[in-house]
Design a protein around this ligand. Structure first.
Ligand code: QAP
Ligand code: CO
Length: 173
């Protein structure tokens, strides 16, 4: 399966992702294609809608202490629901669909997540720190929400200006 990353301001990023009801070979093919594109583009998280598949599917791979992304740490998350959130944390976020832009975003520090794996088994996960942040960021994608939507009016204006310039420079080179 050949996948490409959809980039802002593409309107497809605003679609609401549909619940997965069938856990078949096509779903596995999508997951198997999402993982390498995330790693190869230096991502730690990717939602299916970012590769033009508006379904409730996420992959995450948080680097370990050595900064390595190992296959054992790959998380495949389908139909996620957060049941509990607590604490507050700030992190300089980026997004594969908003290249070269990073800004501080406030999130919950801890969360409890319920989801399904690639075979439809239900699972629960307690997350904190970067994993918690990444889950919240990726789940926003399922609602058509981007981290830049959370910026103040003035920071959003600054972003739009810088991003337009980046796209123009990229086109010219
Ligand atoms: C979401 O983001 C995230 O601009 C995943 O040029 C962000 O993997 C979760 C990336 C922050 C937790 C904290 C961004 C790669 C990757 C870029 C990413 C870029 C190359 C972003
Ligand atoms: Co993102």
């Amino acid at each position: 399966m050949k996948l490409t990353i959809v980039e802002y301001p593409d309107k497809r990023l605003r679609l609401k992702s549909k619940e997965v009801k069938v856990f078949d070979a096509k779903l596995h093919e999508l997951l198997d294609a999402m993982n390498p594109i995330m790693i190869n583009t230096n991502g730690i998280g990717l939602a299916a809608i970012q590769v033009a598949h508006p379904v409730q599917v996420l992959v995450l791979n948080i680097p370990d202490e050595e900064g390595e992304q190992t296959p054992e740490n790959l998380l495949e998350i389908i139909n996620p629901i957060i049941s509990k959130k607590s604490g507050e944390t700030m992190y300089q976020e980026g997004c594969l669909s908003v290249p070269k832009f990073y800004e501080d975003i406030k999130r919950s520090e801890f969360l409890t997540l319920h989801f399904q794996d690639r075979d439809g088994n239900t699972r629960t996960l307690e997350a904190e720190g970067l994993l918690s942040i990444a889950i919240q960021h990726e789940m926003d994608h399922l609602e058509g929400v981007l981290f830049i939507d959370k910026l103040s009016y003035s920071r959003r204006k600054k972003f739009e200006k810088e991003y337009k310039r980046m796209l123009k420079e990229r086109k010219e080179s």
